[in-house]
Design a protein around this ligand. Structure first.
Ligand SMILES: *[C@@H]1O[C@H](CO)[C@@H](O)[C@H](O)[C@H]1NC(C)=O
Ligand SMILES: *[C@@H]1O[C@H](CO)[C@@H](O)[C@H](O)[C@H]1NC(C)=O
Ligand SMILES: *[C@@H]1O[C@H](CO)[C@@H](O)[C@H](O)[C@H]1NC(C)=O
Ligand SMILES: *[C@@H]1O[C@H](CO)[C@@H](O)[C@H](O)[C@H]1NC(C)=O
Ligand SMILES: *[C@@H]1O[C@H](CO)[C@@H](O)[C@H](O)[C@H]1NC(C)=O
Ligand SMILES: *[C@@H]1O[C@H](CO)[C@@H](O)[C@H](O)[C@H]1NC(C)=O
Ligand SMILES: *[C@@H]1O[C@H](CO)[C@@H](O)[C@H](O)[C@H]1NC(C)=O
Length: 366
């Protein structure tokens, strides 16, 4: 009799635990992803890659081995049959809202119209953004787009600076350009479009879902859903073929609090890339300023010191930096660059070359 009671108590406890666990997971799993059932083993890893670039006209450099960003994105949208998911730091495609408009500014409007027409092609459009009052996002949602608002101030006191697309969970774009007409005309931008690559795109889609899950939240969950954890990371790369060339890939993310289990953080990924370099490290970036908060400046040494370590410890390493130079460039940039170059003066085992790209618009590069 006694042991029967015990059994019942234990059984009840087990049931309670199970219900609790189920509750916890269902709470976290707001976006139970119906379609996310693509088998990891069966996903596609023979992919086509297209490098996309925007070269401002006044630079008079020709496209070589790359496609213009406007063309690349248009072709990517043409491939969409089911869904397009976009994360962009800002939305400013409709250049008529700006005073001076070069003729290429039209590209932004063309893209915006193409996005507005998606619904008529029965393709759903989902956008994650921190903008509360964007006329373009309003126009898109009037045309059937789902716009998910993220309060980044509440979540991290930061901003969304990611910019990527997931199309049909099969194709992707990731790069420096956001949804800004200047990125399609006056700014230097670089990115990559990958087709037919469900393995990798599935993982990027998880990052999109993570953002989407945070909509209207003002705190971060302490546990993330299992469906948001990374599929590949720096210790478990995805083996794939990019245009018939064998390659390895994974997607990293930041800030750290946006990285569920197994997701490699951006800084760790950058560190790994620099550490594995044997002969050269080429970097293209808009600003080289290892500083935080310029009103009360703080030296932020992480990446700067990775480069210094590489220059000092690696034999025969060549570092090349392509940095944009415009009115807003902090003069301190030059000092940091000189300081890096100084490390290799009279050294035969390292070299630092810096190229500064003068531009009218903001330079951006990945
Ligand atoms: C990959 O192949 C496609 C066509 O098959 C081509 O358009 C593209 O430029 C190639 N990508 C690279 C990086 O060579
Ligand atoms: C929102 O945008 C409209 C038009 O762009 C503007 O008139 C209005 O003042 C904005 N509202 C807020 C709260 O910023
Ligand atoms: C683009 O700008 C023009 C002129 O300001 C305006 O008439 C049009 O409604 C805008 N389109 C969208 C989609 O916001
Ligand atoms: C975002 O969060 C901040 C801080 O919690 C709050 O003051 C602000 O009103 C929120 N913004 C919106 C649009 O909800
Ligand atoms: C990130 O986004 C915010 C808001 O859009 C912008 O002010 C900031 O300059 C961006 N940071 C970088 C490094 O691009
Ligand atoms: C993707 O794969 C499909 C089916 O195998 C093929 O028809 C299509 O041309 C491919 N797309 C690209 C851009 O390679
Ligand atoms: C930057 O520093 C100023 C001055 O100390 C401070 O008021 C401000 O909150 C800081 N901003 C951030 C984003 O940390």
């Amino acid at each position: 009799m006694k042991s029967q009671h015990k059994c019942i108590v234990i059984f009840a406890l087990v049931c309670c635990c199970a219900v609790l666990i189920a509750l916890i997971f269902s709470a976290v799993d707001v976006w139970g992803d119906d379609e996310d059932n693509i088998d990891e083993a069966k996903c596609r890893r023979s992919c086509r890659v297209v490098l996309v670039e925007n070269i401002p006209e006044d630079l008079s450099i020709l496209y070589k081995d790359t496609v213009s960003l406007a063309t690349g994105l248009r072709e990517l949208l043409d491939q969409a049959h089911r869904s397009v998911e976009i994360v962009s730091p800002w939305w400013a495609l409709n250049s008529t809202e700006y005073e001076s408009k070069p003729p290429q500014a039209k590209q932004g409007q063309i893209l915006l119209h193409q996005l507005m027409r998606l619904q008529s092609r029965s393709v759903s459009l989902r956008v994650v953004s921190e903008l509360t009052n964007s006329s373009e996002l309003k126009a898109l949602s009037q045309n059937g787009a789902e716009v998910h608002y993220l309060n980044m101030t509440a979540l991290t006191k930061g901003h969304i600076n990611s910019s990527f697309w997931v199309v049909d969970r099969k194709h992707m774009y990731i790069g420096s350009a956001g949804m800004d007409w200047r990125s399609l005309s006056t700014m230097k931008e670089f990115g990559i479009i990958i087709y037919n690559c469900t393995c990798l795109v599935m993982d990027l889609h998880r990052i999109f879902n993570l953002y989407r899950q945070l909509q209207y939240k003002d705190f971060l969950p302490s546990i993330w859903s299992k469906k948001l954890k990374a599929l590949y990371n720096r210790d478990k790369n995805l083996q794939l073929h990019l245009n018939d060339t064998e390659a390895k890939a994974y997607i990293s993310s930041s800030p750290d609090v946006f990285c569920p289990k197994k997701r490699t953080k951006d800084l760790e990924a950058i560190n790994r890339v620099i550490q594995e370099a044997k002969t050269f490290i080429y970097i293209s970036i808009s600003n080289y300023l290892p500083m935080l908060n310029r009103s009360q400046p703080k030296y932020w040494s992480r990446i700067d010191s990775m480069l210094r370590e590489a220059l000092i410890l690696k034999t025969n390493i060549k570092v090349r930096l392509l940095i944009s130079c415009w009115e807003q460039t902090d003069p301190l940039t030059q000092n940091f660059l000189w300081s890096l170059k100084t490390l290799c003066i009279e050294s035969v085992s390292c070299s630092v070359e810096v190229e500064q790209l003068k531009e009218r618009g903001r330079g951006n590069a990945a």
